[in-house]
Structures are given as structure tokens and as C-alpha cells.
Design a protein around this ligand. Structure first.
Ligand code: ATP
Length: 137
């Protein structure tokens, strides 16, 4: 491990999404956003649907993360998520279509699973925010 770096690994059931040494990680924990620099005290937290960002020099990278948990150590941040994508891999049309489907379900169905439909909308909105974070940098 290079001095002053932290290894960020993002893993989903589909496989490894990211594995690189970075300077800093910011993620969305269930208790709120947290930041990790090299040498951080170890902790474990669950994650919400949210954005994860990492910095490497002057470059920032953004990811969409769907639930899961983070295991933080002095030299490593391990993210295990239900699904996760790099911002550049997010298909915005697909996210918007998923949002529309969920909204239609909420509008018309009688036996709709609200929590499931709302989570689908939250994922879609968060995916578009992650795309915007990248464009806005
Ligand atoms: P959809 O209804 O379009 O499948 P979803 O939010 O239910 O959306 P997930 O269960 O989060 O999808 O993910 C299923 C798989 O599809 C994962 O591998 C995830 O990375 C990928 N995926 C889902 N939506 C997108 C998207 N908009 N862009 C890129 N990959 C996506």
C-alpha cells in the first residue's frame, strides 16, 4: 500500500466494480455521510441508497451505491452493495424508465408494495444525481 493512500473496493453480487488506491472516500451511511482518510479508526456501518465519492489527486470519481455495508480500516474501505455503478456506467434513460414504472405503479395499483416502489424511485433519482455530480465537477 502506498503511503497516505487507502484502498477502495466496491463489490456487488455482480462482481468487482472498483478497486484502486485513493486519497479520500466519502459515502452515505445510514447515520449520515462520512469521510475516510488514510489511518481512519476501524468501523462498520450500513449504507443507504446514495452517492459514494473518492478523490485521487485532483480527480474525483462518483458512484451510485444501493444499500449494503462499509467496512473501514486504516488502509482499506470495503463496500459491499446490492448494486453499484460508476457514474460513467449509469444509463440515465434506464433510470428514468424505472422511475416512471414505479410512479405508475403507485398511481394505479391497489395492492402496490409502496416501500418497493419508493425505493425504485429513490434509486432512479440518486442515479441521476450521481450523473450530475460528475457533470458538475
Ligand atoms: P431496473 O428496474 O432498471 O433494473 P433497478 O434500480 O431495479 O433498475 P438494481 O436492482 O439496482 O436495478 O440493479 C440491477 C442491475 O442492473 C445491477 O447490476 C445494476 O448495476 C444495474 N443497473 C440498474 N439500473 C441501472 C442504470 N440505470 N444504469 C446502469 N446500470 C444499472
Amino acid at each position: 500500500m502506498a503511503e497516505g493512500k487507502v484502498l477502495l473496493e466496491i463489490v456487488t453480487p455482480q462482481g468487482l466494480v472498483f478497486s484502486e488506491e485513493v486519497d479520500e472516500v466519502t459515502a452515505t451511511g445510514s447515520e449520515g455521510e462520512f469521510g475516510v482518510l488514510p489511518g481512519h479508526v476501524p468501523f462498520v456501518t450500513t449504507l443507504k441508497i446514495g452517492v459514494l465519492a473518492c478523490k485521487k489527486g485532483s480527480e474525483s470519481k462518483y458512484f451510485f451505491v444501493n444499500w449494503g455495508y462499509a467496512e473501514v480500516g486504516a488502509e482499506k474501505v470495503m463496500i459491499l452493495a446490492d448494486s453499484a455503478e460508476r457514474s460513467e456506467d449509469i444509463d440515465l434513460d434506464r433510470a428514468m424508465a424505472a422511475k416512471k414504472r414505479a410512479e405508475e405503479r403507485l398511481k394505479h395499483a391497489e395492492n402496490v408494495d409502496f416501500a418497493r416502489a419508493e425505493a425504485a424511485i429513490e434509486r432512479a433519482v440518486m442515479r441521476s444525481q450521481v450523473v450530475e455530480s460528475r457533470r458538475g465537477k
